[in-house]
Design a protein around this ligand. Structure first.
Ligand code: MSP
Length: 502
């Protein structure tokens, strides 16, 4: 049995959850569910990032304390993830006592190892990013991410001596060619390191909304130095070495492309400086764009996952986000795109297959479907191919490819149905065989699509009469043709995905 520790970035609570946040969380969820089906021991972590200037400012504009504001907003994320069927094992909040403890002991270890020093600092600072930028990094004097003016900030800070870590980081990249994926993002991080690393400030005196620095009470830790450590807090760094050693460094961090520098340069360097291994793997995904632009509060183009779920249902939202935008690339979100995939892939291809097969079994076979050890050759081969393609797709962080493979199988099943025309056949063993093969395909494809559409998959199993829940099934054994030697008690119900109009 393998272990699979997967994380999302923790989300700032200055803002309500939008589908960009949902996108990475769904990808992590689907990966976690796939690994659970494989029988792996899984730990899936997400949470909220609650300190820093940005959150403190957002609280002030709402006449709340930062803690009150964080409590309300963190709850919004929890509720949104519940609605989206996110199966996280833990939800970390950076304002929790356990996190304060871990941040303090982790950064104390770095300090004790000599990688932190006090120095004056003045620089151009973007509050939205919570980071300093060099003049060269600014775009026409503006923040390169938010395209808005940056201020000047002056402080005496503790600095993490990143400049002393270049050699070790380059060696790590050299020795672990798949630590950062995809390759284009690995190259981006590498060129950042090769371009020369500067020490960065890890404390602030200008605000008090943060974790106090244990060796100097005038300072709190800078929000990024605090936030990255969440990945260690949840696995008991410094408090339970069994737990920690079980999961670290065997982690897969999923992150958006705008936070490469923090995760692929700062974070491994901080781990090395504290005397622990850097993370095993970081997978960088692109952005969901709306009208060609990244969603952001300033552009007022954020789409709430809650509104979409109201409209389309949870599984359709999960499906569209994971099929429509390959993890790694940028992709446009549009209502029209979602509607069109909903009608073609879900209502037509999958929904019709299920309706036609269950209706035929109830109308012509007294609602009992039979399984046969030897299936139709095109369908058996289709299943084998889909299982194999799903396995490689999930291994390579490519949910869209896993879904492509399942929809190819659905296409094959619909094509076989068309050519065999069971609606013209009289009741009897030939008809039982044709429909039994289709039920077997439905059983297996529901299993394969469960990581992305858990509710619909379980409903397919229920309607075709398979006992139990898919979460208790195991791959690959339960995806073997004929592994359920049962008579299916089939129910024909309304459309799984009713067709929709604009
Ligand atoms: N709090 C930091 C992360 C700290 S992790 C130690 C942060 N938070 S964030 O809320 O601004 O964004 C977190 C992540 O949300 C991004 O890295 C990305 O995974 C996801 N997304 C936010 N907007 C997005 C899109 N428009 N599209 C896709 N993902 C996006 O950065």
């Amino acid at each position: 049995m393998s272990r699979f520790y997967v994380t999302t970035p923790i989300f700032y609570v200055n803002d309500a959850p939008h589908i960009g946040h949902a996108y990475v969380t769904l990808a992590a969820d689907a990966l976690a569910r796939w690994h659970r089906l494989l029988g792996d021991e899984v730990f899936f972590l997400t949470g909220t990032d609650e300190h820093g200037k940005k959150v403190a400012q957002a609280a002030v504009t709402r006449q709340a304390t930062p803690q009150q504001w964080a409590d309300v907003m963190s709850e919004h994320f929890k509720q949104a993830w519940k609605l989206l069927d996110i199966s996280n094992d833990d939800f970390i909040r950076t304002t929790e006592a356990r996190h304060y403890k871990t941040v303090q002991s982790f950064l104390q270890a770095i300090y004790d190892n000599g990688y932190i020093e006090l120095a004056p600092y003045e620089g151009r600072y973007c509050v939205s990013c919570e980071t300093y930028y060099t003049e060269e990094e600014l775009l026409a004097g503006n923040c390169p991410v938010h395209l808005q003016p940056v201020g000047t900030m002056k402080e005496e800070n503790y600095f993490f001596k990143l400049s002393s870590m270049s050699e070790r980081l380059l060696e790590w990249y050299e020795n672990s060619p798949t630590a950062v994926l995809p390759e284009s993002k690995r190259n981006e991080a590498l060129s950042f390191i090769k371009g020369g690393l500067q020490d960065f400030s890890i404390t602030r005196t200008s605000i008090d909304w943060g974790v106090p620095v244990p060796w100097d009470s005038q300072h709190v830790f800078y929000v990024w130095a605090d936030a990255l450590v969440n990945y260690l807090t949840a696995i008991s760094y410094g408090t339970n070495s069994n737990d920690f050693q079980k999961w670290w460094p065997y982690v897969n961090h999923l992150i958006g492309k705008e936070i490469i520098r923090f995760h692929c340069v700062w974070w491994p360097a901080m781990c090395m400086a504290a005397g622990i291994d850097p993370p095993n793997q970081l997978f960088v995904h692109g952005w969901l764009l709306v009208g060609g632009e990244k969603m952001s509060k300033t552009k007022l183009n954020q789409i709430s996952p809650v509104a979409l779920v109201d409209d389309f249902g949870v599984d359709a939202v999960r499906y569209y986000l994971l099929r429509g935008v390959p993890l790694g690339a940028d992709g446009d979100f549009s209502y029209e795109g979602m509607l069109s995939r909903y009608n073609s892939d879900l209502a037509n291809n999958l929904g019709n297959l299920l309706s036609r097969v269950t209706r035929l079994v109830t109308d012509k076979c007294f609602g009992v479907g039979h399984s046969f050890d030897v299936g139709h050759v095109r369908l058996v081969e289709g299943v084998d191919k889909a299982v194999e393609l799903c396995q490689s797709a999930w291994n390579e962080f490519a949910p869209h490819r896993a879904l492509d493979a399942v929809w190819e199988l659905i296409g094959e099943a619909n094509a076989v149905l068309e050519s065999e025309e069971p609606w013209k056949m009289p009741p009897g063993s030939a008809l039982d065989k044709v429909l039994g093969d289709q039920l077997e395909v439905l059983r297996i494809l529901a299993l394969l699509v469960w990581p992305v559409m858990p509710k619909a998959s379980n409903e397919i199993w229920r309607r075709i009469g398979v006992d139990g829940l898919i979460k208790d099934a195991r791959l690959p054994k339960d995806a073997v043709w004929g592994s359920y030697d049962l008579d299916f008690k089939v129910e024909a119900a309304g459309p799984l995905f009713p067709r929709r109009k604009l």
